[in-house]
Write a protein that binds this ligand. Structure first.
Ligand SMILES: [Zn+2]
Length: 162
């Protein structure tokens, strides 16, 4: 039994909107053939992106092998770009889908000056719930979102042009 049907899925609806709209969403950083890169909310983890599969599936096993391989390769390309551009201490890769059961990767660059760098980001994010000041701290990155998006897109452009 699927957890969500595509017509009720938040990400399927967003993907449709991005396809249909001529107006560019500033949070959409890059469109790969099998996935779309979106700049994430929590830019304290500077460069944080969500990579959303263009196909509605809940588990990797539900993708055809060639599609799955391509989706994973796109994730690795994005990871490489985030490493190069932001030089984090460590990159965190998460494919959860408990809340939105549509395949999407969270790629969180983690920095040494983050006091919680040994723990998953969700500990701090959950702690920030209902605390506006803490939420603002985790939302704001060291530069404007548009600049972060531009930097990621430029690197992806270089890497995919090879
Ligand atoms: Zn979906």
């Amino acid at each position: 039994m699927p957890l969500t049907l595509p017509e009720q899925c938040l990400f399927c609806r967003r993907l449709q909107t991005w396809e249909a709209s001529s107006k560019a969403d500033p949070d959409v950083v890059w469109r790969f053939p099998h996935s779309v890169v979106v700049l994430g909310s929590w830019q304290y983890y500077h460069g944080y992106c969500v990579l959303i599969s263009r196909i509605h599936a809940e588990e990797l096993s539900q993708l055809e092998r060639t599609v799955r391989d391509a989706f994973l390769a796109e994730m690795c390309l994005l990871a490489e770009v985030l490493e190069k551009e932001f030089q984090p201490r460590k990159l965190n890769y998460e494919l959860l889908g408990n809340q939105v059961p549509h395949l999407h990767w969270h790629l969180f660059p983690r920095y040494a000056d983050d006091p919680g760098h040994l723990k998953p980001v969700w500990v701090a994010i959950e702690r920030a719930e209902g605390n506006a000041e803490e939420q603002a701290r985790l939302t704001n990155g060291p530069c404007p979102r548009e600049e972060t998006a531009r930097r990621i897109a430029r690197r992806l452009q270089e890497l995919t042009a090879r």
